[in-house]
Write a protein that binds this ligand. Structure first.
Ligand SMILES: [Ca+2]
Ligand SMILES: [Ca+2]
Length: 61
């Protein structure tokens, strides 16, 4: 009975740590620390939600 009570917890832990199928929103293509879910330009590391807005015509934040 000990193992049957632990099994759901083990499956849950495995799902959280090893499932990469749900991680497309967690991909950080430019490596700036912001995933595609929050990074408005995931092709440029200088563009992220914490980047200062600069007068260069680009939307830096
Ligand atoms: Ca990024
Ligand atoms: Ca970016």
């Amino acid at each position: 009975m000990f193992s049957t009570r632990l099994l759901p917890l083990m499956l849950l832990a495995a799902c959280q740590s090893g499932d990469i199928s749900v991680s497309h929103v967690e991909v950080d293509n430019d490596g700036d620390g912001y995933t595609v879910a929050v990074d408005c330009d995931d092709a440029h590391a200088t563009v992220n939600p914490d980047a200062p807005e600069r007068c260069d015509g680009a939307d830096n934040d």
